[in-house]
Design a protein. Structure first.
Length: 207
């Protein structure tokens, strides 16, 4: 089965005998699997680089909180509980609390199209439109857009700017609105690592 995975998906096993990467279960090098880490301290973006039945290592974009167990959520919605074992400047290692299906992690089976990863976050912001500045709260944010809470009524497809401490003025369009909330689509998509650092700055500025 391992040979089939390597052939069909274009991945290779990683053999590390010493250091924090030492492991017993075979580990596969994944080209790129975007994910988010859910912890009591907040949600954080990461990129899974290799995975086995017992753990994984991931690219990180800032230091992670030492809070023990975290939930790792993949783009198909699958979640896995894991303990943070080690981290350095750009990588972190996790040990799953229960063995996982490696093929499922790699293939990301889903009945739905791949979803953009959204980070749930609560940060004060401003919406700028028609020379007026409206206080708002960012409720979640992704590479493509954000969910905002505010008291002002905006028109569908209205162009506005979103600004916050840690987030430059970002041009967006109102995609939907309901019950004091609206969904924004950014005119320019954020890079994955850029969004990870923006979200971290938003968290730090609200602490």
């Amino acid at each position: 089965m391992h040979d089939l995975l390597r052939k069909d998906i274009g991945i290779t096993t990683a053999n590390h005998a010493t250091g924090p990467e030492a492991r017993v279960a075979p580990r596969f090098t994944v080209l790129i699997r975007a994910a988010k880490l859910i912890s009591p301290e907040g949600e954080f973006l990461c990129v899974i680089r290799d995975v086995s039945e017992t753990g994984l290592s991931a690219r990180i974009f800032h230091p992670l909180p030492e809070c023990g167990a975290m939930m790792i959520e993949l783009q198909n919605g699958d979640r896995y509980e894991a303990d943070l074992v080690w981290q350095d400047e750009e990588r972190a290692g996790f040990r799953f609390c229960q063995p996982v299906d490696v093929a499922r992690v790699i293939n990301l089976p889903s009945r739905f199209a791949k979803r953009a990863i959204r980070l749930n976050i609560k940060a004060p912001a401003s919406l700028i439109a028609s020379l007026q500045i409206t206080p708002a709260t960012i409720l979640d944010i992704s590479q493509q857009g954000a969910k905002i809470a505010c008291d002002r009524h905006f028109s569908i497809d209205q162009r506005i700017k979103l600004a916050a401490a840690g987030l430059r003025e970002t041009e967006a369009k109102v995609r939907w609105r309901r019950e004091g909330q609206c969904g924004l689509v950014f005119e320019e998509t954020f890079q994955f690592g850029e969004l990870a650092r923006i979200a971290q700055q938003l968290r730090e500025n609200t602490q």
